[in-house]
Design a protein around this ligand. Structure first.
Ligand SMILES: *[C@@H]1O[C@H](CO)[C@@H](O)[C@H](O)[C@H]1NC(C)=O
Ligand SMILES: *[C@@H]1O[C@H](CO)[C@@H](O)[C@H](O)[C@H]1NC(C)=O
Length: 250
């Protein structure tokens, strides 16, 4: 039985999440990631099936997108860390149920504030396969033209299947007039590339910091721009949740 606090949060979340597009899950136009290349990557799974990505940012917390739980009860989801090959039961894996969730004014109509903190039922052990992704300071800016990377197990093309191994693509931050103030947007110059179904919630990494959370893409996969939640707008809120007095017990 999930704790009551959890159910109350969930009722609010589900009540506010009827409209909008389905979460994204996949990488187009990239290459296969190497083992241990992205040890902070989390695979969110339901009944053993990957449905979204996430990033480990604290031994007890994973950052993902609120849109990942539009149609899914977090009580039935598991967080898998240390994964690489989704078809194998790898000994490197650490699997968790979710103790509680925290969101900050997620607006599913406008796809705004699309991020969610998942508190794990217990602490993760940091290993060569499981590591933390550092986040930018509050209000840090990523200028247009910056090169970033996004990795995940999402589809390799529109209408395709999940990828067995994580894939990574280099992307470029677009000018502000192709984006919105609360998002960071990226594209791939000269060819198709970007996030796809199954990549929702996965982090956008710029200069080693988790600056974005994959939120949505208005066009078919790989056509860009891709919209990420701008993590730097939420750094103080994230810290307050990580250090919050309520986090010891649910
Ligand atoms: C972390 O390591 C300890 C000691 O080896 C083990 O008991 C525990 O189950 C591990 N935790 C996870 C999440 O795998
Ligand atoms: C992708 O970016 C990484 C790090 O910024 C760089 O080392 C690598 O050469 C780039 N790969 C391609 C194919 O552009």
């Amino acid at each position: 039985m999930p704790p009551l606090r959890f159910l109350a949060l969930l009722a609010g979340l589900l009540a506010s999440s009827r409209a909008g597009s389905t979460p994204l899950v996949g990488i187009v136009g990239g290459r296969k990631a190497r083992p241990l290349e992205f040890p902070f990557l989390a695979s969110l799974q339901s009944q053993g099936r990957h449905f979204c990505g996430g990033a480990l940012i604290h031994t007890s917390f994973v950052l993902t997108a609120a849109s990942c739980f539009r149609n899914l009860n977090p009580g039935v989801a598991t967080v898998v860390l240390g994964a690489y090959d989704l078809r194998r039961r790898e000994p490197s894996r650490q699997t968790f149920s979710i103790r509680s969730i925290s969101e900050n004014r997620y607006d599913p109509q406008e796809n705004l504030n699309d991020l969610l903190l998942l508190q794990l039922e217990r602490e993760a052990n940091l290993t060569s396969n499981v590591a933390l992704l550092p986040l930018p300071p509050q209000n840090a800016v990523v200028v247009a033209g910056t090169g970033c990377q996004v990795a995940g197990w999402g589809n390799r093309r529109n209408g395709g299947r999940l990828s067995r191994f994580p894939r990574v693509v280099n992307v470029t931050v677009t000018p502000e007039d192709q984006c919105r103030p609360n998002n960071l947007c990226t594209g791939v110059l000269t060819r198709r590339g970007g996030i796809c179904h199954g990549d929702g919630g996965t982090p956008l990494v710029c200069n080693g910091l988790g600056h974005g959370v994959a939120s949505f893409s208005p066009n078919p996969c790989g056509k860009g721009p891709d919209f990420f939640t701008r993590v730097a707008l939420f750094r103080e809120w994230i810290d307050s949740v990580l250090n919050g007095p309520a986090q010891g017990l649910a």
